[in-house]
Design a protein around this ligand. Sequence first.
Ligand code: C2O
Length: 561
Amino acid sequence: MAAALSKISCWASYILFLYFVYHPAEAAVKRYQFDIQVKNVSRLCHAKPIVTVNGRFPGPTVYVREGDRVLVNVTNHAKYNMSIHWHGLKQFRNGWADGPAYITQCPIKRGHSFTYDFTVTGQRGTLWWHAHILWLRATVYGAIVIMPKPGTPFPFPQPDREENIILGEWWNSDVEDIETQGDKLGLPPNASDAHTINGKPGPLFPCSEKHTFTLEVEQSKTYLLRIINAALNDELFFAIAGHNMTVVEIDAVYTKPFTTRAILIAPGQTTNVLVQATQKPNRYFMAARPFMDAPLSIDNRTATAILQYKGIPNTVIPLLPHLPEANDTSFALSYNAKLRSLNSPQFQANVPLNVDRHLFYTIGLGINPCPTCLNGTKLAASLNNITFVMPQVGLLQAHYFNIKGVFRLDFPDNPPTPFNYTGAPLTANLGTTLGTRVSKIAYNSTVQLVLQDTNLLSVESHPFHLHGYNFFVVGTGIGNFDPKRDPAKFNLVDPPERNTVGVPTGGWTAIRFRADNPGVWFMHCHLELHTGWGLKTAFVVENGKLPDQSILPPPKDLPPC
Ligand code: C2O
């Protein structure tokens, strides 16, 4: 009897063994319900209603594994139209789930729902989600954490614990009122009243003692911080008093690790760092403050959170970190120069070495006439002298269903008239025109895009984000891009791979990508102020010839316009 039993159990384990060999862990389906609802939240001494997901601020973390299918049903109970973007997810052939309003979908109206249905393919790390309509992302945002496939460790020391650190901005008044007001007057809307860490400004702001995020740490443990810049308009420095950080990943791509006392992070970017709790047990401030090297007003408002060693009482006054000065351009440039792709055999940097299509876009700020505005003018922004006009129908629908008259495919590959882009300050517009003009890109072609800041009105740094892709940042510099000399200095071996990159003030940045994801992909400055002024365009990437190289059919519940 015993022998028979052991035979059975032997067979059973053999069958189990076969099952696991031939059925490697199936990818899971992760479901989330996002209810867009208004909630009263109090910060800086008073309460105001804000738009949230599930009443939470910041919103819930989407926690998935590489390979998972994710279904997020968004139901809109708020008075504003809504759409949600999964910032940095490639959405392969599936722009329908990308989310930017009027680019890939029409917004979800009040009382309606839409399910974002996507699969996480070939990506792992920290990304984030945010509202992609009006300025609603001021309060509607959260983290996306993608764990590597089972059995695939991180290519760096395994942390004991991890925490999301989401940097943001807070306005005392309603952000939509602020946006409309600025639009009406033709002026920049009011700057935010505070910066925040995980939705909380920290004790350097009035009435904010109780609105302080605290991370409790244990002596000698290692922490992975997933840092996200969800601010609308500010590039930020972030540092922790007494502790260095080791950068291991940016925009969900592993990097060659390096140690730094502060990081620089632009709106839209993410940065994973390892922090070792090996200092004297104490309370230490984590702090974030803007980097602003344009000759505009300096913003010194510092958001703080607390790194607190276990057992240290709350009464101990924390130490402040030494953050770079707001206009520390040299720190910014040298920090960015340290970012390199890991480029290991397992995580390769497949940088396109040959370029099929060369694009050169100038970034301009300018003034357009506006008879109803305060000074009779209104601020505007342009790429190659074109101020992008939002369509009334989603561009992806217009492309997929061949709806005529929504957009034009004649966005120029070069500025209409070359000039000394970063020479003496210019104050006039160089004949900026309005239009919904986009660029057509052949399937699987390799693209090089040089983004050139110009001296129109003012020089300023611009974090550019491309939807649907990661790109390689092959080069950057101050002044005018020199097409003869600069490419010789490009890093084509291990450049940083990301989805959002800063174009330095009065300088240029060159990116490369392979257009292997068919669809309509938005590209814009991730400073909401500039996006609103028209600093945006899109790429229409054509279908390939094979059946798995074309845009998937649209979901049945895609919101109507
Ligand atoms: Cu994070 Cu088009 O945006």
